[in-house]
Design a protein around this ligand. Structure first.
Ligand code: C2O
Ligand code: CU
Length: 494
């Protein structure tokens, strides 16, 4: 067994400053709101008609129409198909997409709703839809260990209750490195029962894609850096585009941003200048107290909600910047800032900042000094030139299956390799206790945590959703060749 070597993802990304300078237009905003939905009580039968609070209008996405008039059921049609999408310039790329969009549409629900998705696979190969972060049942999770993949031309109805408010997403869990890279990903927002209404609510879906000079999806490689670090794109994307028009805002505007990372191999290092922000939500939903940070490290698969206040002067500008690691002429790793979205303050005066708060359930108590009860060691081997990854020396599909009773368990994730791994578990949330030798300052419920090269991260997993659940590295090139396992959370009586 030879050790694998490597740094974090370093690529020869072609840097184009991500802003075309045209102000005034909001980037591909196809916003929609369900408004105040009337509950479908039957007034003739004396059932009360309940007026639900309005949902926020979402920027930069298309909300799937709800086909069910019962206000407690969201029923949508979702199709995976080949289509064309323009990532950059005007030459389109043949992609695989949900309902013709990259990233895909948004499914919008309220906490506690039943969501029914009539899914049709029009791809040339089988697929599944995995609902990343939702605590649903294993049969609805898109895991082929439970339900076979949906064959080309076939349909499957996903049907589940959304128990938690939060920013979730969906993607295939079948031939995952290729299907995600080809464009299959979408967002599922579960709103709080009474959602806070900011001046705007934005979906900011970060990603990258590797295109040829002719704008086709570059060939998939199963060796070299793509295997070692996950496929690195050469085009950095925000909401499916390399460049987005500047957005004009008025000073004093306050917005909720929902950040996603759908890349195969790239951790997004984000910063915001010209506006102030607080992190008010993590993978597992709203984080009422919130916390401040100067940078956001957004691991693959992870989400953060931000409360952003445009507190700059009229006429000034603000930027969302992604800090990319690249090699300089001396082959040294350098960080290159790329503005992925620019905001221009209009010259009108400032408006008063609205009073709005994100609220949610209190976090379950955890003991930050708890001793780990289980170890998951991430490693790999170079098997005569073929790299394979492992957890506790098991290489999926010959993976470890273990059992836990319902309740909390403290788990240490030990990365024995020099490259980072975004660790993800299905169907449960956890809290990060310690990173390396320090107590972690990473509050909130998570389903994904970045484990740095040779690093140890200790988490307490709240095992409260019974069934057999996958956990894996969210670099699909790693999970596909071994870095995956299953834990069975035993219900009473199992
Ligand atoms: Cu988004 Cu099994 O992952
Ligand atoms: Cu990995």
């Amino acid at each position: 067994m030879r050790a694998l070597i490597g740094l974090g993802l370093v690529t020869s990304l072609v840097v184009t400053v991500g802003c075309s300078g045209e102000s005034g237009a909001s980037a591909s905003a196809a916003s929609s709101s369900s408004g105040g939905t009337a509950h479908s009580g039957d007034p003739d039968a004396g059932e009360p008609v309940v007026e639900l609070p309005a949902l926020p209008a979402l920027q930069h996405t298309t909300v799937l129409p709800d086909l069910n008039e019962d206000a407690a059921i969201v029923e949508v049609a979702l199709t995976a198909e080949q289509t064309s999408h323009t990532y950059r310039g005007s030459a389109p790329t043949q992609v695989w997409a949900y309902n013709g969009m990259v990233p895909g549409p948004t499914i919008q629900a309220r906490v506690g709703d039943r969501v029914i998705v009539h899914f049709v696979n029009n791809l040339p190969e089988a697929t599944t839809v995995h609902w990343h972060g939702l605590r649903i049942t294993p049969e609805m999770d898109g895991d082929v260990h439970h339900v076979p993949a949906v064959e080309p031309g076939a349909m499957f109805t996903y049907d589940f209750i959304v128990p938690d408010a939060g920013s979730f997403w969906f993607h295939p869990h079948y031939n995952t490195p290729e299907q995600i890279e080809r464009g299959l990903m979408g967002t599922l927002l579960v709103h709080e029962a009474t959602p806070p209404i900011f001046d705007a609510e934005r979906i900011l879906f970060t990603d990258d894609v590797k295109l040829t000079s002719g704008n086709t999806i570059a060939p998939f490689l199963t060796s070299g850096p793509d295997r070692m670090h996950g496929r690195g794109g050469n085009v950095l994307l925000l909401n499916g585009r390399e460049t987005n028009d500047a957005i004009t805002v008025q000073a004093g505007t306050r917005e909720r941003w929902r950040l996603f990372n759908g890349a195969n191999g790239r951790t997004m290092e984000l910063s915001i200048t010209g506006a102030s922000f607080k992190i008010v939500g993590t993978d597992g939903g709203p984080l009422p107290s919130g916390y401040t940070a100067s940078r956001i490290t957004l691991a693959i698969g992870q989400r953060f909600d931000l409360d952003v206040t445009f507190d700059g002067a009229p006429g000034s500008a603000a930027q969302l910047t992604s800090h990319i690691l690249m090699l300089d002429a001396n082959e040294d790793v350098v960080e290159v800032p790329v503005i992925i979205q620019e905001f221009v303050y209009d010259t009108a005066g400032a408006r008063p900042v609205i009073d709005v708060t994100v609220s949610g359930p209190d976090l379950p108590a955890v003991d930050y000094s708890a001793v780990a009860q289980k170890t998951l060691a991430l490693n790999g081997i170079n098997d005569n030139g073929t790299v394979r990854f492992s957890i506790n020396e098991y290489i999926s599909p010959n993976e470890e299956h273990w059992q836990v009773p319902m309740g909390d368990m403290t788990v240490e994730i030990v990365n024995q390799l020099p490259m980072e791994h975004p660790f993800h578990i299905h169907g449960q949330f956890f809290q990060v206790l310690r990173r390396g030798t320090s107590v972690a300052d990473e509050p909130g419920l998570k389903d994904t945590v970045l484990v740095g090269g040779m690093q140890r991260v200790v988490v307490t997993i709240h095992f409260n959703n019974p069934g057999s659940w996958m956990y894996h590295c969210h670099i699909p090139e790693h999970s596909e060749v071994g870095m995956m396992g299953h834990v069975h959370v035993m219900a009473d009586g199992d």
